[in-house]
Design a binder for this molecule. Structure first.
Ligand code: ZN
Length: 189
């Protein structure tokens, strides 16, 4: 689903007027268009089904079926409370059941769910749910570690603080299994 660029541009021009700016001055003239471009990216995941990205799984077959962990994936999303970006690192793990999927599909699921107004907590759960329903694995673990624009740039301006959220399903909800993966994630730094 594409964003309505004309409405975004009109709304941004209105915001510029509301803060007392001259929307026609040189530096701002292209701003509504640039913001519409940015919002097209930020919210381009709306209307897209992340589970559909996991449709071409292959049987585990000869492979071991042991843990698959993608560490240190960069991601960005936009907090739905302030429409400010939050950016950080994701770690996605699953324990295959009967099927595995191409490794590139995991960050694609994350990007699709991140490209909409979000809460980090809900994004974490939604990624776990998408992997669970698309892969029918024995377990899923999702860890997101992000810095929020609304925390770092306004109010108390906690620039050094990041927020860590976690969601697990199935066998990877087991504390021992989870600790083992957290250990692997930690050793990436
Ligand atoms: Zn916020």
């Amino acid at each position: 689903m594409a964003v309505d660029r004309a409405r975004i541009e009109a709304a941004v021009a209105e915001i510029l007027a509301a803060i007392g700016e001259d929307a026609d001055r040189d530096g701002l003239r292209a701003t509504p268009r640039r913001v519409a471009d940015a919002y097209g990216e930020f919210f381009g995941g709306l209307g897209h089904d992340p589970v559909a990205l996991l449709s071409d799984t292959v049987p585990v077959g000869e492979r071991t079926g042991e843990l698959v962990l993608l560490r240190n994936l960069s991601f960005r999303s936009v907090c739905e409370h302030h429409l400010l970006p939050f950016v950080g690192t994701a770690h996605l793990a699953y324990l295959p059941g009967e099927h595995v999927v191409g490794l590139g599909r995991l960050p694609a699921v994350l990007d699709t769910l991140a490209a909409r107004p979000q809460l980090q907590e809900r994004l974490t759960e939604e990624v776990a749910d998408a992997l669970q329903s698309g892969l029918a694995p024995r377990g899923v673990l999702v860890v997101l570690d992000a810095v929020h624009g609304c925390v770092s740039t306004r109010g108390p301006r906690q620039t050094a603080s990041s927020t860590v959220t976690m969601a697990s399903r199935g066998e990877l909800s087991d504390p021992i299994a989870r600790a083992e993966i957290m250990n692997l994630i930690g050793s990436a730094a």
